[in-house]
Design a binder for this molecule. Structure first.
Ligand SMILES: [Ca+2]
Ligand SMILES: [Ca+2]
Length: 130
């Protein structure tokens, strides 16, 4: 996980590095000069770990493991319910710190509802920083 702190200080650096098949990308989505969305490529682009600082306080509060699904479909309502192809990432698991106290308070796995009894609940969101 040391890759997360590699300190891509500007989005320009991230863009530069992307030419070199990066194993991680940091993105500054609100343009305040600090990266707040990190993507770690675990198996090329097929499996990624996405970490997001959703409230821009410098701490990660949403982490998800996602895999590329070329057969992903979305359901659309026209005259009838239809499924249209929409390749994209599917979440394998996601943990979230929704009240920003540094602890995980929501966890769910692919194909399941949120599990409030998961052993992940209450664990530190950023164990490497504490
Ligand atoms: Ca945060
Ligand atoms: Ca929390």
């Amino acid at each position: 996980m040391a890759l997360i702190v590699l300190g891509l200080s500007t989005t320009a650096a991230a863009t530069e590095n992307s030419k070199l098949k990066p194993t991680s990308i940091a993105k500054d989505t609100n343009h305040d000069g600090k990266p707040d969305r990190f993507t770690l490529f675990l198996k090329g682009r097929n499996l990624i770990l996405r970490e997001v600082d959703t409230n821009f306080d410098g701490k990660i509060d949403q982490r998800s493991l996602m895999e590329w699904d070329p057969n992903k479909k979305i359901t659309v309502m026209t005259n009838r319910v239809e499924q249209i192809p929409n390749p994209g990432y599917s979440v394998i698991w996601m943990e979230e710190d929704r009240n920003f106290d540094g602890k995980i308070d929501a966890y769910r796995e692919k194909g399941k509802k949120e599990d409030p009894t998961s052993s992940k609940i209450g664990q530190p969101m950023n164990p490497r920083n504490s």
